[in-house]
Design a protein around this ligand. Structure first.
Ligand code: PLP
Length: 437
């Protein structure tokens, strides 16, 4: 039987260790994207594999409505103090999209429990929150939504800050307040008594290639949400578990969301783990058993054991601090080497989530025509040179733009960071030859 492959002509992976992936032809790649910005603790970490295997040997699966498990309680207890929510309660699932779906249902359940019939969710333009229907509905990326529009529901979208292409005139306090005004207008248009939640990434990942909002953005946006009884959902699927140099990116802004979603780095790719986390108030209002929801694989003990081993590895090896340090080195070197490059418009990000936006004309910040497939060509050139990057959308203005994300394992060494930059510079040279050909 054929495999419904996600892309044609792929090399086959053989094994991986640390920051390196090797294919069955013996070609070696530096994994500068951690897969899909997933692998935090590095590839091939024996103690994580062993923790998963040991749990599977004890018991691999029972249904989450029949048994709880010690390992899940232990994981929740060790995770709780690291989360930016008060008295958090965790609902473990199998990935980021499921986490977002779960958080959306929690928001609805919270309002219903309070006697309020709220169902509209506000997402942001250019955002990505997953490919299942609810998560895609909240997402703002038009190209991903287009084929499925008849299935998509009641979400509405508001503006998102992007320093490189700020749509607002200069404002005495930065543009964050303007976006908060926009959000308030979006809520007003939808009918404030109907709006259940606002969903956004603290630092925008794939949709905008690691755009960090201005300092005044999150406090202003949270204030608007609180005033209208709208729950704040921080989607930390990409930014969580140390990626941005903090355990969770909400911390950069002193943000305390009502709900938080995580995935990717939670189990570092060793298990498909996602988490929907509710604040104590949301959890208590809904009540245990008050959520009409559930998946076959939610509350999975092997997922909890894997997540716990990953969390301990991040903590005990100081990998969150390492992400901040190596991230500063990576962004610094990229700016140094590519700051004058005619096609590199912007280098941005936080910790080891770094975006490089490519433009046809730096002065006017004009994107390449999408038909030239610049991101795809750069990814291919980099791969030929043994460097794995992640595609990201770069800019607004109705055009998807071109950008790549770098999100290597947090264990990357200073020397490996230098190699990543060398190979990216070389890949841009190859791209230049191809575009001129
Ligand atoms: N939310 C964000 C911010 C993401 O970046 C992603 C995936 O890229 C998702 C949700 C969906 O996660 P998954 O692909 O694990 O379903």
């Amino acid at each position: 039987m054929a495999v419904f492959a996600r892309a044609p002509g792929l090399p086959r992976v053989a094994w991986a260790r640390g920051v390196e992936v090797v294919d069955t032809d013996g070609r070696r790649y530096l994994d500068a994207s951690g897969g899909a910005v997933v692998v935090g603790v590095g590839h091939g970490v024996e103690e994580v594999v062993e923790a998963a295997a040991a749990q599977a040997r004890r018991v691999a699966y029972v249904h989450g409505t029949a048994f709880g498990s010690d390992v899940l309680e232990e994981y929740a207890a060790e995770l709780a103090p690291l989360l930016p929510l008060d008295d958090p309660a965790v609902y473990p699932v199998s990935g980021g999209s499921e986490a977002v779906e779960t958080a959306l249902k929690m928001a609805r359940a919270y309002h219903l429990a309070r006697g309020e019939d709220r169902w509209v969710v506000v997402g942001r333009e250019h955002s990505y929150h997953g490919n299942s229907r609810g998560a895609l509905d909240v997402s703002g990326r038009a190209a991903l939504r287009a084929p499925y529009l008849p299935w998509l529901g009641p979400a509405v979208h508001t503006s998102t800050p992007q320093e490189y292409r700020c749509g607002f005139d200069t404002h005495p306090h930065g543009c964050g307040l303007r976006h908060a005004e926009r959000l308030e207008q979006t809520i007003a248009d939808a009918g404030p008594e109907r709006v259940a939640a606002f969903v956004a990434e603290p630092v925008a990942g794939a949709g905008l290639a690691a755009c960090v909002p201005p300092e005044d953005y999150w406090p202003a946006v949270v204030e608007v949400c609180r005033r209208h009884g709208v729950l704040v959902v921080a989607d930390e699927v990409m930014t969580g578990f140390g990626r941005t140099g903090r355990w969770f990116a909400s911390e950069h802004f002193g943000m305390r969301p009502d709900l938080l979603t995580a995935g990717k780095g939670a189990a570092s790719g060793y298990w498909p783990l996602g988490l929907a986390v509710a604040s104590g108030e949301v959890h208590e209002t809904i009540g245990d058993g008050g959520l009409v929801h559930g998946f076959t694989y939610s509350h999975h003990a092997v997922g909890a054991a894997t997540g716990l081993a990953v969390l301990r590895r991040l903590r005990d090896h100081g990998l969150v601090g390492a992400a901040e340090e190596r991230g500063a080195q990576l962004a610094g070197l990229l700016r140094e080497r590519l700051g004058d490059h005619p096609w590199v418009g912007d280098v941005r990000g936080a910790g080891l989530l770094v975006g490089v936006e490519l433009v046809e004309d730096r002065g006017s910040r004009t994107p390449f025509p999408r038909s030239r497939r610049v991101t795809e060509q750069l990814l291919a050139a980099a791969k030929e040179l043994g460097l794995l990057l992640y595609p990201a959308a770069g800019c607004a203005d109705g055009s998807r733009g071109d950008a790549v994300l770098l999100g290597p394992p947090l264990v990357i060494s200073a020397a490996e960071v230098e190699q990543v930059v060398e190979r990216l510079v070389a890949a841009l040279d190859v791209l230049a030859d191809r575009l001129r050909a």
